[in-house]
Design a protein around this ligand. Structure first.
Ligand code: AMP
Ligand code: GLY
Length: 701
């Protein structure tokens, strides 16, 4: 029977989505929303009461004979609206004040997770400034500092170094910027973040589809943090096993833990989760629907939301909700200037033409004109068969809205559509671990360790960094390593003599001369002076020759590492077009040869090749080794290509960058290497591997 009266507490886009879902219920006759907004007013009756005005809301609910009240914002929960309604015998969906601590107190949440084994970043909490500072300074940076309480999303500081940490602790603990409170200091985690929400009633958990928010204001996740600029469902980076783990070991575990603590949940539990290299961990819990996740999740609900809300409010079991098997994506329109200051009152046209859901966040009506009235103004949400489909629909509909005072991100869901990272840092770490084990066994078997001699001539600062890294890594994998330093003005003869000594030294397996060399020394002569079987770089003319003839040899480290990275993508090179931009003897040419060996069709070009774009656009695999920033732009990448960026340049801001416009290329590539962290670490790992191989050849294996 369509006879239920519902009061929704709150007013933003999230509440508009709740009201919209309730309006689809076959049981709901009338909806009120306090305070609501202009858009909500089209589907419900707005009530001019603040969301934290508990006595006012209670009186209203009693007067109107409301059957069920649904609470949106955390502020109302934290002041105890649920406790007050229940005490008055009214039915309400939302957590008690005690249960809301899972969001309102970071320390409570961290203690709960620690006690019940729910995975999260290691932490400690403090109320003393000096103790907090000492702890932070004794730990690696960046450090994460969280004010313990509701701070409207502004209570988290990621401090890159000691000065930032001190300033943040000073403001939180000494100046009491958010009031008197404690600070939680936790380890910095990395990985993609996502939101997992569920309706929870005691130990009963009814999960919703996963969603991802976009917190930064501008494209490419740049600019200041905001309340959320868009969201989507259908996250490609979360596997079914990930979801199962998060459901059982995080959401259900938290629900059980709260029961055990005597403050059972009875509303929405929001897990702000991160997929870290060490598994899925909790960044934060919220005690309410997420915003803007709710706006994309609830439209997919096929079940009657009133039924779920009422069951949870009454503490009786409900059927698992049914969700449409589609992807939902929403883009927020915000006032120019947001999250800083912005003007209000600009007219928005065309909203009535939009063939998608429009949830209002900050709007008001003046006659029949719709005006901006907040930072985030509205959100346009559409469904599709996949992320790309939903994205295309939303952006097409957004084109119908006109208002000069608004802006929006054009890349919502880019994480889902971007190429995946070929993470050379992670892969090289695995290879180094394997080598370390292998080297340990070799030492036992042969009574000595593989050993690498590294020669550096002069004091080129970049070369100094490289050689130190190589020596450090050799020691890390358990090899002997020797660093030989010669003066800037050393003669070619003295260098050749040194090489000769090392060639004859039975204890040395690998010799490497760091390039470039000072002008007075001929590089080619020096490289060819290294005994072929100790040439771990693979630059010796005889090694190069053997490589082209397909005979056993030291394969140059960078090309070898590049092939390993391509293999990581899972691409079968046979019959594919590979384009190598750059034709140096140590990268471009050997890479081409290795690709030919895998039966690819190889095209070598260089930076001045005419109409380079028409060539790179054919590439299933594109290897760029030129050494010039942005020589390959996004439009030069064939959609779905594997892109390997060998470049190492310093841009105008002094930051390391590759030869490829990473952000633009990633939107078309299926896989791409970052710079730094792609090819660079692989080169060093391959150097270690080559040293072990030279050792094995020399001990007669
Ligand atoms: P919170 O208010 O707890 O959601 O934190 C705000 C944002 O800070 C999160 O969405 C994360 O992007 C970031 N953050 C919080 N804690 C960590 C952490 N331990 N490691 C890395 N990033 C974090
Ligand atoms: N979307 C983040 C939140 O609702 O807290």
């Amino acid at each position: 029977m369509k006879d239920k009266k519902v009061l929704v507490v709150g007013g933003g886009g999230r509440c508009h989505a709740i009201v919209d879902a309730l309006s689809r219920s076959p049981q709901v006759a009338k909806i009120w929303c306090a305070p609501g907004n202009a858009g909500i007013g089209l589907q419900a009756e707005n009530v001019p009461l603040k969301d934290t005005d508990v006595p006012g809301l209670l009186a209203f609910a009693q007067r109107e004979g409301i059957d069920l009240t649904v609470v949106g914002p955390e502020a109302a929960l934290a002041v105890g609206i649920v406790d007050a309604f229940r005490a008055a015998g009214l039915r309400i969906f939302g957590h008690t004040q005690a249960a809301t601590r899972i969001e309102s107190s970071k320390e409570f949440a961290k203690q709960l997770m620690e006690q019940y084994g729910i995975p999260t970043a290691a932490y400690r909490s403090f109320d003393d400034f000096q103790e907090a500072l000492d702890y932070v300074n004794a730990r690696p940076f960046p450090a994460v500092l969280k004010y313990d309480g509701l701070a409207a999303g502004k209570g988290v500081v990621i401090a890159a170094g000691p000065e930032e940490a001190e300033a943040a602790l000073r403001s939180m603990l000494l100046d009491e910027a958010f009031g008197k409170g404690r600070v939680v200091v936790e380890d910095f985690l990395t990985g993609p973040e996502f939101s997992f929400m569920a309706f929870v009633d005691g130990e009963r958990v009814y999960p919703m589809p996963l969603a991802q928010d976009h917190k930064r204001a501008f494209d490419g996740d740049k600019g200041p943090n905001t309340g959320g600029m868009g969201a989507y469902t259908g996250l490609p980076f979360i596997t079914d096993e990930d979801r199962e783990f998060a459901l059982h070991s995080i959401l259900e575990a938290a629900a059980k833990a709260m029961c055990a603590e005597g403050c059972p949940l009875s509303g929405v539990l929001y897990g702000g989760l991160m997929k870290t290299p060490a598994g899925i961990k909790v960044i934060e819990f919220n005690a309410r629907f997420g915003d803007p996740e709710t706006e994309v999740v609830l439209p997919l609900l096929e079940s009657d939301i009133y039924e779920i809300f009422e069951a949870v409010a009454c503490g009786r079991p409900a059927a698992q909700p049914v969700w449409r098997d589609a992807v939902s994506l929403g883009v927020v329109l915000a006032s120019k200037g947001y999250p800083g200051s912005y003007p209000k009152g600009a007219e928005i046209r065309g909203v009535d033409q939009v063939d998608a859901k429009v949830y209002h966040m900050g709007t008001r009506c003046e006659g029949d004109r719709l005006l901006t009235n907040g930072g985030r103004v509205m959100m346009v949400v559409a469904e599709g068969k996949d992320v790309r489909d939903a994205q295309r629909k939303v952006y097409a509909e957004l084109g119908k809205i006109s208002c000069d005072a608004l802006f929006y991100r054009r890349d919502i869901a880019h994480v889902a559509l971007d190429g995946r990272l070929l993470d050379g840092k992670a892969l090289s770490a695995t290879i180094k671990e394997e080598l370390r084990e292998r080297v340990g066994k070799l030492e036992i078997k042969y009574g000595r360790k593989p050993s690498l001699a590294v020669i550096i001539v002069g004091n080129n600062p970049a070369s100094q960094v490289y050689v130190r890294n190589k020596v450090k890594t050799a020691i890390y994998v358990g090899m002997n390593s020797r660093l030989i330093t010669m003066a800037e003005d050393a003669s070619e003869e003295s260098l050749l003599q040194m090489i000769d000594t090392l060639n004859r030294d039975p204890e040395v397996d690998g010799i490497l001369v760091q390039l470039p060399l000072p002008k007075q020394i001929c590089e080619e002569r020096v490289i060819d002076a290294i005994a072929k079987e100790k040439d771990v770089d693979g630059f010796h003319v005889l090694n190069v020759g053997d490589l082209w003839l397909g005979r056993p040899c030291s394969v140059p480290c960078t090309p070898k590492g590049i092939l390993r990275l391509i293999d990581e993508s899972g691409l079968d090179l046979s019959g594919k077009v590979a384009v190598v931009v750059g034709r140096s003897n140590i990268v471009g040419k050997p890479v081409a040869k290795l690709l030919l060996d895998r039966h690819a069709t190889v095209i070598i070009a260089h930076s001045r090749t005419k109409d380079l774009k028409s060539i790179t656009l054919q590439a299933d695999v594109l290897v760029v080794a030129v050494g010039r920033e942005n020589i390959v732009t996004g439009d030069m990448v064939k959609p779905g290509a594997v892109v390997i960026d060998v470049g190492m340049n310093r841009n105008a801001e002094g930051k390391l960058c590759g030869d490829v416009d990473f952000v633009a290329a990633r939107q078309r590539a299926s896989w791409i290497t970052p710079v730094p962290g792609g090819v660079g670490p692989m080169t060093i790992a391959m150097l270690m591997e080559n040293t072990v191989e030279c050792f094995l050849a020399r001990v007669g294996q």
